[in-house]
Design a protein around this ligand. Structure first.
Ligand code: CTP
Ligand code: MG
Length: 249
């Protein structure tokens, strides 16, 4: 507990305001269910499972905040965990910024976690928090990549694309969430790059890198995959079925 006092509170910001275009027609992605429970609720529980997390800020679809509040009220969270709901923005970057704006002063460590990664194990979350508390201002869970990755000159859909580079696979990592930050560092990064147009940053740690602050990678987990396309929902159902079979949960 003395450690907690020294480092201040840890909060998780969960951007959940995306439409889920790649998942296909239906409810906003975060509200789609896996094993009967909305993806967002799985994601909130995954953050609340970490003992250090005392506040969860959910960034809801712009017109969906009342529905999300209602959902959170209806699903039990651990008693030690408070939650807040704020409306999201046009891009993930804007949604995260709105979540950061809602944080109380006492919060010094922030996790940013995609609602679309509902099944991240608590050990991964704890590992990220620990690395921030050990002094890294930005921490990213990641896995080695399985595929070789090519850099190309993009062309119109279907046209052959010239290859410009093949980065050495052993040096590459595929990054996941929750990403963990010293609060002031992340806020500074969002202030510095607020004007970015288009889709904005897809990754908060990338903004911290552009500030020139150090970013480190810690081990991610294959169950922290992002639900993006329809097949990912099949995988998520399978992971939950395996967990139930393994520990009766
Ligand atoms: N997100 C957000 N606000 C946005 C866009 C995305 O809060 N304006 C969130 C999503 O809800 C998701 C996370 O950012 O939890 C990662 O984004 P992604 O997987 O791309 O989700 P969507 O943008 O919803 O999906 P798509 O790109 O297929 O529409
Ligand atoms: Mg998106």
């Amino acid at each position: 507990m003395s450690d907690l006092t020294r480092t201040g509170r840890t909060a998780a910001v969960i951007p959940a305001a995306g439409r889920g275009v790649r998942l296909g027609p239906g409810a906003p992605k975060a509200l789609r269910t896996i094993s009967g429970t909305p993806m967002l609720i799985h994601a909130v529980r995954a953050m609340a499972a970490a003992r250090a997390v005392s506040l969860v800020v959910v960034v809801a679809p712009p017109d969906g905040a009342p529905e999300v509040k209602h959902l959170l009220d209806a699903h039990a969270l651990p008693e030690r965990t408070d939650y807040l709901v704020v409306p999201g923005g046009e891009t993930r970057q804007e949604s995260v910024r709105r979540g950061l704006d809602a944080l109380p002063d006492a919060v010094t460590t922030v996790l940013v976690h995609d609602a679309a990664r509902p099944l991240v194990p608590v050990d991964t979350v704890d590992g990220v928090i620990e690395a921030v508390r050990d002094g890294s201002p930005a921490v990213v869970p990641a896995l080695p990549v399985a595929d070789t990755v090519k850099q190309v000159e993009p062309r119109a859909k279907g046209e052959p694309e010239p290859v410009t580079a093949t980065p050495e696979r052993a040096l590459l990592r595929a990054v996941q969430t929750p990403q963990g930050f010293d609060r002031d560092t992340l806020v500074r990064a969002h202030e510095a790059f607020a004007a970015v147009s288009g889709d904005g940053a897809t990754d908060d740690a990338g903004m911290v890198e552009r500030l020139g602050a150090p970013v480190v990678v810690v081990p991610g987990h294959e169950e922290a995959f992002k639900v993006t396309r329809p097949l990912d929902l099949v995988l998520a159902e399978a992971v939950l079925a395996r967990r139930r079979a393994n520990d009766g949960f």
